[in-house]
Design a protein around this ligand. Sequence first.
Ligand code: AP5
Length: 190
Amino acid sequence: MLNIVLFGPPGSGKGTQAEKLIEKYNLIHLSTGDLLRSEVAAQTDLGMQAKAIMDKGELVSDEIVTKMVEKKLIEHKSAPGFIFDGFPRTVEQARELRNTLVDHRTKVTMVISLSVEREELMKRLVKRGEETGRSDDNEETISNRIDVYGRQTIPVTYYYDKTHIHHPVDGIGKVDEIFKRIVDVVEKNK
Ligand code: AP5
């Protein structure tokens, strides 16, 4: 299986690049942000709990998120691989992912992390907020999402550095240029 963790701060282009990778490699997209937003849209209990946390830009509990991921892995047991987008976001989630994949007799093939500086992230997400009305794309929440990424999610890169499967990629430039950089990494490491 080809299991790619697409990593990076809010607005770094994980979702955008995930769509292109899925098309090229026929993978299943597993975005915890999208899964949570579906729960919010369906007004489930989980969705109602998650919405308040997401609107502040904080992280939903590891337990809720890892259960959602496991369910999706089971639903797509015979897939050729997955793109994990926005997951894992804590070291605990990274450990849970490792254990779950061992149960499924597979592992994370590579972690590709997109680097984009804060000013550009703010610009991209404020613009999307104006265009789409996504409720966590306002200046205050975006700023907190970036801070939370620095505090709680960056340590995940140290976890993967130890396994030598972590590949930083410059996330600045045209979408297609960045995609080419990512494909180069995938082809060398798959
Ligand atoms: P999530 O939905 O994962 O959001 P995020 O990580 O904040 O990332 P975004 O989707 O905003 O950005 P992206 O990197 O995917 O960039 P995109 O391609 O969309 O999470 C939302 C919330 O859910 C979290 O805050 C948390 O509360 C909760 N959550 C989710 N997962 C969780 C987990 N594992 N644990 C706990 N809580 C969790 O692009 C952004 C914009 O930039 C778009 O408008 C795009 O068109 C544009 N763009 C993309 N590439 C370029 C480019 N090269 N140049 C210019 N613009 C570009």
